[in-house]
Design a protein. Structure first.
Length: 268
């Protein structure tokens, strides 16, 4: 299967922001089939089902995730042969006045050396009045349990997705997000799949640019909702995540991880 692996800078951008956008990468042929497929529903599979069993060869979902850009991005983040945690079709009716509270999916998850990836596929253009998915960039490593953040209405720097048809987003499982209300005259569709890794998530991407200054630049990004002091927690957590993903225990950003992990005289 042909794939297009992510660069180190792209993976570092994912580690910093908690998501990766692939705008308009799904061909029109698939987008045109999508609405009928999503309307009919996609059969569910038990948690932990291998991709090949959950989505047999030739099915719409299998063709979607085997697109070179999608397959390469998934391989770069979760590795080969992930399992399907769950998948769902989300349909928001026209002039639906209800918006999801801001939340992170599933129970609180404190893993620093592994993560799940959620794919969100939008078969048609999403305009501002259609609502789309709200995401808070850089929130994925601030651990919360499901809708603990639901009381927050707006955070500085949040993004509400507008995108062309055939856009795919890949999100870290901990990202704060919520579906917005649909104020348009048309139905809004989104197909979501959560992938669980089955191999260590270490250097799975194209590492030829691992030493590029762009990598550190991405990992050091700050987002508008960060306060100066508490924002350092996100930088620290990114450093720990990058250490795990590169198997480089010496990596650091502004000395935060080195300082916190310093244990003189203790056995490893």
């Amino acid at each position: 299967m042909e794939t297009t692996l992510l660069s180190s800078a792209q993976v570092a951008g994912f580690v910093a922001a908690g998501y990766l956008r692939l705008d308009g990468i799904v061909p029109d042929e698939l987008n045109e089939q999508a609405i009928d497929v999503l309307e009919a529903g996609i059969p569910r599979s038990p948690y932990g089902t291998p991709v090949a069993k959950a989505f047999p060869e030739g099915t719409f979902a299998r063709r979607l995730i085997e697109l070179p850009e999608v397959a390469g991005a998934l391989h770069s983040l979760v590795g080969p042969d992930p399992t399907i945690d769950h998948h769902a079709v989300h349909i928001r009716e026209p002039h639906n006045g209800h918006a999801q509270p801001l939340h992170a999916d599933a129970i609180i998850d404190t893993r620093t050396d592994a993560f799940d990836v959620q794919l969100m596929y939008y078969p048609h253009e999403v305009t501002a009045d259609m609502g789309g998915t709200l995401v808070v960039p850089g929130s994925h490593l601030r651990r919360v349990n499901e809708s603990d953040t639901g009381r927050y209405q707006n955070l500085r720097g949040q993004t509400r997705l507008t995108c062309p048809a055939g856009t795919v987003m890949l999100l870290h499982h901990g990202i704060w997000h919520g579906g917005r209300r649909n104020d348009s005259d048309v139905r809004r569709y989104m197909f979501k799949i959560r992938f669980n890794p089955t191999v260590p998530q270490v250097r799975l991407w194209d590492t030829s640019d691992l030493g590029s200054p762009a990598v550190l630049e991405e990992l050091g990004r700050r987002f508008p909702w960060y306060e100066n002091a508490t924002g350092r927690l996100e930088i620290h957590n990114r450093a720990l995540m990058w250490r795990a993903m590169t198997a480089d225990s010496s990596f650091d950003i502004d000395y935060w991880a080195t300082r916190v992990t310093n244990r003189p005289g203790r056995a490893a």
